[in-house]
Design a protein around this ligand. Structure first.
Ligand code: ATP
Length: 514
């Protein structure tokens, strides 16, 4: 199966098993907007809890906030979003399709990288044991040629992005002979800037109304509350403010399912530090955040850092944590050193002081900020992609199983009476009642037990508990484990402790060493 087919299957699975539906589907959906179903919302909530606890509970110097989506319009002038939150777009005149110019070029570079890796893999196969990969990369004329081609374009691209040189971006697209995937032609328009913010009106009449924006990031709600939180919480620098909430961007190219949406959710933490210490904190947060991802156990080799070629208008250092999605390594989280850009600008635009008095140095200053910013929906897709497993079984059958870390699984336990009689449903219901205050538990009596196991595998339930004739005699049940499919006989009294041990977040938190 190609990666593309795999991704299609994953998207279909999300819909079939109640994880994600297209928004307002009965009206044929709305571009790049999605709804989360009964299992999706549980997984999403569990991801949010994992993030929130790791920030707010496990750090004494980080507190939470829940700011409004609507903010005073001046916020977005101060933050630079009105003038600079743009994407360069280009249209193909034949297909009339619109693309992000930067994404077209990045995809072209990724293809060259793929070519290089294929060359290396081919040589590895050819030379076997004696293959010296480093030497091959350094000496193979074919590899060298591709590397040089990529590097030349990469340098031009980075310069064009940093200088906002739209004509040069177009020229790169022409020089690389990039064609529209739909029409196959290279009949491109000029490159134009496109602002990504949604606007709406506040006020009862259009005349007296104010144009306001739907926030494109949650961070500004934190900045404008910086002093409220610092003073009322008596916070001392360094300290952080964490927030989870919706953000809105009018993305030009909406594709790849919940990877790029127009309405999405962010988990952002702004860490306020003494000026001059920001690089040290930036490095520290890079490591802390990478450890958070890796603790989920999806394989360290599937994550990488990617430093930005173009720094956003507010940043002096930025890196992304990328995950190997079925469509390649892509950003899940950004870690940015935002300097004092935001607080200083809010000070300028509002006329209110944004300074902090540092009792240790006796100085007042506008703090510097290191931000960690992760999309809930992208994280959701990351977890889904990593967990989705198409498994061939020994008896020739196959099954789709979602191998979630147990703490994130939407349902922890399914309780199944073997048959719908002889007191088994009642006993099963008793078990549900015993567990439901602490865990998300479902009761299922329809179809054969084998079919019910498969349905639970498909939503990633770690435990299936079957009540049978023996249960009524000795108070034991069969517990079937999702990943190994092993079954064991367990006393009902032990069930709670067993589920607790496996599904607790504590296991994950301990790996973080916080
Ligand atoms: P990209 O380059 O993919 O457009 P970005 O660099 O603009 O992303 P940031 O502004 O750094 O993204 O936002 C922080 C995080 O928010 C991203 O790492 C991503 O997880 C999430 N995010 C941003 N835009 C979207 C979107 N349109 N849909 C879903 N998640 C998003």
């Amino acid at each position: 199966m190609t990666q593309e087919e795999l991704f299609k299957k994953l998207v279909a699975h999300c819909k079939e098993y109640g994880f994600v539906f297209p928004s307002s589907e009965i009206y044929d959906g709305l571009g790049a907007v999605y709804d989360y179903g009964q299992n999706g919302v549980e997984l999403k909530n569990n991801i949010k809890r994992y993030w929130w606890d790791s920030m707010v509970k496990l750090h004494e110097n980080i507190v939470g906030l829940d700011a409004a989506i609507f903010m005073h319009p001046k916020t977005w002038e101060a933050s630079g979003h009105v003038s600079a939150f743009n994407d360069p777009l280009i249209d193909n005149k034949d297909s009339k399709k619109r693309y992000r110019a930067d994404v077209l070029i990045e995809d072209w570079m990724a293809k060259i990288d793929e070519k290089i890796e294929k060359e290396v893999a081919k040589a590895k196969k050819r030379f076997g044991e004696s293959f010296d990969e480093e030497k091959f990369r350094a000496t193979s004329p074919r590899v060298q040629e591709e590397v040089a081609k990529r590097e030349a374009v990469h340098t031009r691209f980075a310069n064009a992005m940093n200088d906002n040189d739209l004509a040069e971006l177009r020229q790169i697209i022409l020089d690389c002979e990039i064609a529209c995937p739909i029409s196959g032609t290279r009949n491109w328009t000029e490159v134009r800037q496109f602002n990504l913010m949604f606007s709406t009106q506040m006020g009862s009449t259009a005349e007296g109304a104010n144009t306001i924006y739907l926030r494109p990031e949650t961070a500004q709600g934190i900045f404008v509350n910086f002093l409220n939180v610092q003073k009322t919480g008596r916070m001392k620098i360094p300290f952080g403010i964490a927030q989870i909430g919706k953000a809105f961007r009018n993305e030009i190219v909406a594709r790849q399912f919940v990877f790029r949406m127009r309405e999405f959710e962010q988990m952002e933490m702004q860490f306020f530090v003494r000026p001059g210490t920001e690089m040290q904190w930036w490095n520290e947060w890079k490591n802390t955040r990478m450890a958070w991802h890796r603790a989920l156990g999806f394989g360290d080799e599937n994550y990488q850092f990617h430093d930005h070629d173009k720094l956003a208008h507010y940043a002096n250092a930025a890196t992304d944590i990328e995950y190997k999605f079925p469509f390649g390594f892509k950003e899940v989280e950004g870690i940015h050193s935002r300097t004092d850009f935001d607080l200083s600008n809010h000070q300028k635009f509002s006329g209110k002081k944004m300074t902090y008095f540092d009792p240790e140095t006796g100085e007042s200053y506008v703090p510097y900020v290191v931000e960690t910013s992760i999309g809930v929906d992208r994280m959701f897709l990351q977890v889904m992609s990593a967990a989705y497993t198409d498994e061939k079984l020994e008896n020739g059958d196959s099954r789709i199983v979602l191998k979630f870390p147990a703490a994130l699984a939407p349902v922890k336990v399914a309780v199944l009476p073997l048959v719908k009689k002889d007191g088994m449903p009642e006993k099963a219901q008793e078990i549900v009642n015993q567990l439901k205050y602490d865990f998300n538990v479902v009761y299922e009596e329809k179809d054969s037990v084998g079919k019910r196991y498969r349905r639970q595998d498909a939503i990633g339930t770690p435990f299936c508990v079957t009540v049978d004739g023996q249960t009524l005699e000795d108070n034991t049940v069969t517990v079937r484990h999702r990943d190994t499919m092993e079954q064991e006989r367990v006393s009902i009294d032990r069930l709670h402790a067993m589920v607790e041990e496996e599904c607790s977040y504590r296991k994950l938190y301990k790996k973080l060493n916080l």
